[in-house]
Design a protein. Structure first.
Length: 312
């Protein structure tokens, strides 16, 4: 028995006519008659009474039709589901992001576009620092993440196959979104707020708010190195655990901070960020995932990020 036997039976039963069933199926009337006869032979019972100008279901046919309609509806729904999953239109996607990512327009645009194009995908945004994301990816807690790295801060090393290896042995792939530089972030009413550029040495007497374990802006080691090269030791008045906390404290006048800047980043209106003119410090904003673990839903998000990154 093949699926077409059941399709032909349903058409004939619903039309109560082999000729109309043939038209509906785009086959000949003899083909319908033969398929129905084959099905009856296999079942060992008649499904139709053949009348002069129509056919009528037998008791066996009447028992079969509603159950078969339910089965076919389930089959069509299952096939439609498989198609939607294969196209990345249904499923779940967990995306990691940090505080710095929230300041970039691409993140907001990517989430909005993904929701619009894949409304049936359960998208979960999970706040994780860049340093925590490679392990979360390896453990399957997130499928991909927006990450920021300063020079030498990425916890990875090159692989011959073109991937990169995290410390937890998960090989990662990523899309580069953009490179950035380093600036000083100050309150809007600060004396430096209207400057177009600032030399790091001019900050020698300023109090600093620092994110010691930041993967993008300088933590303790890199910051002390940069300041030493500029001829001073930084006066740190507050340590915080996130970029968001750093910006909040800077905005209320606790101190100033060093922060990533570049096209697409948008800082709160209460702050000003001024490029540092004498500092060679390159940052990278990327969208990464575990190498070899792409699926249709993730492919959809990758496509969105690639398109948006190409327009930066």
């Amino acid at each position: 028995m093949e699926l077409r036997h059941l399709r032909y039976f349903m058409a004939a039963a619903e039309e109560q006519h082999f000729g109309r069933a043939a038209d509906r199926l785009h086959v000949t009337r003899p083909a319908v008659s033969q398929i129905i006869a084959d099905l009856e032979s296999e079942l060992g019972t008649a499904l139709f009474e053949r009348l002069a100008h129509q056919v009528r279901l037998t008791a066996a046919g009447r028992a079969l039709l509603p159950r078969l309609q339910t089965v076919m509806d389930d089959l069509h729904e299952s096939l439609s589901l498989a198609k939607r999953v294969g196209e990345g239109k249904i499923g779940a996607l967990n995306i990691g992001y940090g505080g710095l990512t929230l300041l970039h327009g691409l993140f907001r645009a990517a989430v909005k576009r993904f929701h619009e194009t894949c409304p049936d995908v359960a998208l979960s945004l999970i706040e994780l620092s860049t340093m925590a994301q490679p392990r979360a990816l390896a453990e399957g807690r997130i499928h991909a993440g927006f990450m920021h790295f300063g020079p030498g801060s990425a916890p990875m090393y090159s692989k011959r196959d073109g991937g990169v290896m995290a410390q937890d042995e998960a090989v990662l792939d990523w899309i580069p979104i953009q490179s950035g530089g380093l600036g000083v972030v100050v309150p809007k009413d600060h004396a430096l707020a209207k400057r177009k550029r600032v030399a790091l040495g001019e900050l020698a007497h300023e109090p600093f708010v620092v994110v010691p374990r930041s993967s993008s802006s300088p933590g303790y080691g890199p910051m002390f190195t940069l300041c030493k090269e500029a001829g001073f030791e930084p006066r740190i008045v507050q340590e915080v655990s996130s970029v968001a906390s750093q910006l909040n404290l800077v905005s209320v006048g606790i101190g100033i901070g060093l922060a990533v800047m570049g096209r697409g980043f948008s800082y709160p209106p209460s702050l000003a960020i001024i490029p540092l003119q004498d500092v060679d410090y390159v940052t990278n904003f990327v969208f990464g995932w575990v190498k070899g673990k792409r699926d249709p839903v993730l492919d959809r998000m990758i496509g969105v990020v690639e398109e948006l990154a190409g327009s930066l």
